[in-house]
Design a protein around this ligand. Structure first.
Ligand SMILES: [Zn+2]
Length: 337
């Protein structure tokens, strides 16, 4: 379980400011009707044209879920890695694997982060091609009998792969500044994530590596990336995203700007506190501001979370269409600052 921790005062102030800013806009909000699962009212609002938003992400999600439960060190986990790596290679990205061991409540276990940069020269994972934007999700599923984690987080891996395919086509300049990160070991091996004890293994390793590299050897990163976006549970048919209440301020501002501009507030809001997820160590250790676009796992209406109800029948292409657009528009807005 990702716990929501107590609400820091600074976040209350920031949220209050955002709330006031949103509600003082000139035009009274006319909200769209609540979400349906049909495809007839899919809203296309991205300024990127020629990108069939959600379509490929939906297919990737199905392909990954069809591999079966993919907890760390399982056969399906390995197959998921192969699936991700082969698609990335096909879309012109070079893949680097961070293979490491970490202590868990069940002893030393093996983990693999998958990192991709767009092909630009001979050595794409060098400091001379240091990324400025991180787009991330976790790919393993929680170690539970029969649990396939369709929205937690196969859908988000699907979204990243769709971005890997289409961003270079519509915006090659931005794509060349992106690092895609597929974290391993986000889930606790026991029930709840306890930072530095259980869960967030991949993001801890990645963030520590980045921080060390950028301050010493400069072999992969010559500077800290400007910002990052983490996706987690963005494809459920009852889409209800709640970003952490203590999200980095500028990213939160961009998020609310996009939400307001495209009237997405029926599906995109903010949680009343912090959320423990992979963005945590990226913010704290890598010192890269990262926002977590995360489905509201804590709501009583989301009883599917961490149950076998998190299966492909609950994944909606329409939700993916909306979430991926939100993510890329947020990326563009913040990047322009
Ligand atoms: Zn989970």
């Amino acid at each position: 379980m990702r716990k929501i921790t107590s609400f820091p005062i600074i976040s209350v102030l920031l949220c209050g400011f955002t709330y006031l800013a949103l509600n003082s806009c000139k035009e009274p909000a006319k909200l769209p009707p609540s979400a349906s699962t049909g495809s007839e009212d899919v809203k296309i609002f991205s300024s990127y044209k020629g990108w069939p938003f959600g379509k490929q992400a939906y297919k990737h999600t199905k392909a990954i879920v069809d591999l079966g439960p993919r907890p760390i060190e399982s056969e399906a986990h390995k197959q998921t890695q192969d699936y991700i790596s082969s698609k990335l290679a096909k879309y012109g990205w070079t893949v680097k694997k961070q293979v490491f061991q970490a202590n868990t409540p069940y002893g030393k276990r093996n983990f693999t982060n998958i990192i991709a940069r767009k092909k630009v020269g001979s050595d794409e994972h060098s400091a001379s091609n240091s990324p400025e934007i991180l787009l991330a999700a976790h790919y393993e599923s929680k170690m539970m009998d029969g649990f396939v984690g369709a929205d937690d987080a196969a859908s988000c891996v699907g979204a990243l792969l769709e971005i890997a395919e289409f961003l270079p086509k519509v915006d090659a300049t931005t794509a060349a500044r992106v690092e895609l990160v597929f974290f391993d070991g986000e889930e606790a091996l026991k029930r709840d994530i306890v930072p530095n004890k259980d869960g967030l293994y991949g993001s801890l390793y990645y963030s520590s590596y980045l921080n060390k590299d950028v301050t010493s050897t400069n072999s992969n990163y010559s500077k800290r990336p400007k910002f990052g976006i983490l996706l987690d549970m963005i494809g459920h048919r009852n889409l209800s995203v709640k970003i952490p209440g203590d999200s980095p301020y500028g990213l939160m501002k961009s998020y609310f700007k996009i939400v307001e501009e495209h009237r997405l507030d029926d599906q995109f809001g903010v949680a009343g506190g912090s959320i423990i997820d992979d963005h945590l160590f990226v913010n704290e250790i890598a010192k890269v501001p990262m926002i977590d676009i995360i489905g509201d796992f804590a709501s009583p209406s989301n009883r599917w979370w961490h149950t076998n109800g998190d299966n492909f029948s609950n994944i909606s292409q329409k939700s993916l269409t909306t979430s991926i657009q939100l993510a890329v528009e947020l990326m563009r807005d913040y990047d322009a600052k």
